[in-house]
Ligand binder design. Structure first.
Ligand code: RRO
Length: 319
């Protein structure tokens, strides 16, 4: 019998397991990202980096809500020139790093991608979907033609594996995923946060200074999972799942829906860094109990739902 392995390969990027941090959750100093890796993630993803330093939105920028969190950080980051040194430091520590990035125009997206590639990132994640900034910076992902144009411009500047992170706040995520694929994306990350709002009834005003924010955590899981399902049906490239993944069971749901790798964000806030190992252990348990030896054997199996009648019980998998 072949040995069970959690290793995955996403467009040439080899990872010891499919788990990564979702961009932005833990800041981005090399030390913190190293801790994420040491806690059991297969690779780390930086906070989204732009062409220039940005302070982001004023406080409050984060509020806990039912079953999740609402953030409106506003893309705070030190700018690509500064971040080049951080990437080099992370690489010296032996940690695979995916650099998340954005721009205010097609040219800026391409320029930042070029600089991050030269700095030694292992892969890039084009953030086409920040819910908390003006149209041109964030919700470019709402427009398929724009997504294709920006992805193609970035593709021209880098040979690195290129993930494009999409938004759930769109009418037809399938068409946008296909546009990214046509533009040259190697994988689609589905999805960024869902736009939401929280109100303080005593102050009678929105809690976040930005008024709206991006909802993450278990509250969004069914929506994000549906996005993975639809994107997996629409494209041939791998899908990376993101949205409320907290347990091994969540991870397996995403993989069966079509995800080849997974990003975990809010669960780190609620469960600490140990959550990576807990999720990996849950995946292993499911694989052992169901006779799988690799992640790739399980990707997208739920799409064949009319033809399978398996006993899904995973003995010992309680969460
Ligand atoms: O910085 C943010 O406010 C932010 C970003 Br860039 C993003 O991609 N998703 C999100 O929920 N917040």
């Amino acid at each position: 019998m072949s040995k069970l392995s959690l290793a995955v390969e996403i467009s040439g990027l080899k990872l010891r397991n499919p788990l990564m941090n979702a961009a932005g959750v833990l800041g981005m100093t090399p030390d913190i990202l190293k801790r994420v890796y040491d806690s059991g993630a297969g690779a780390v993803i930086s906070k989204s980096i732009g062409p220039e330093p940005r302070r982001g939105h004023p406080n409050p920028t984060l509020v806990r809500v039912e079953c999740g969190a609402l953030n409106a950080m506003g893309l705070p980051n030190p700018g690509v020139e500064y971040f080049v040194e951080e990437i080099q430091e992370i690489k010296k520590m032996g940690v695979p790093i995916i650099a998340s990035f954005f721009g205010g125009s097609t040219q800026e997206f391409a320029d930042v991608a070029y600089k991050l590639s030269r700095a030694g990132a292992d892969a890039l994640e084009l953030n086409a979907s920040c819910p908390n900034v003006a149209e041109e910076l964030g919700m470019l992902a709402a427009d398929a033609a724009n997504v294709e144009k920006v992805t193609a411009a970035v593709r021209d500047e880098t040979k690195l594996p290129l993930f494009v992170k999409l938004s759930p706040n769109v009418t037809n995520i399938k068409s946008i995923a296909v546009a990214a694929e046509w533009g040259g994306a190697d994988a689609i990350t589905a999805v960024n946060t869902s736009k939401g709002i929280a109100i303080d009834i005593n102050l009678r005003r929105p809690i976040l200074a930005n008024v709206t924010g991006g909802l993450s955590g278990p509250a969004v899981k069914p929506v994000s999972l549906r996005c993975v399902w639809e994107v997996a049906q629409a494209v041939k490239i791998p899908v990376i799942g993101c949205g409320g993944i907290t347990t091994g069971r969540d991870a397996i749901e995403y993989i069966l829906a079509g995800a080849s790798a997974l990003e975990v964000g809010t669960a780190v806030m609620t469960h600490g860094l140990d959550v990576y190992k807990e999720i990996a252990d849950g995946i292993t348990c499911y694989m052992e109990n169901n006779g799988f030896t690799s992640i790739s054997e399980m990707v997208g199996l739920a799409h064949d739902y009319e033809n399978i009648g398996v006993d899904n019980a995973c003995l010992g998998m309680t969460k």
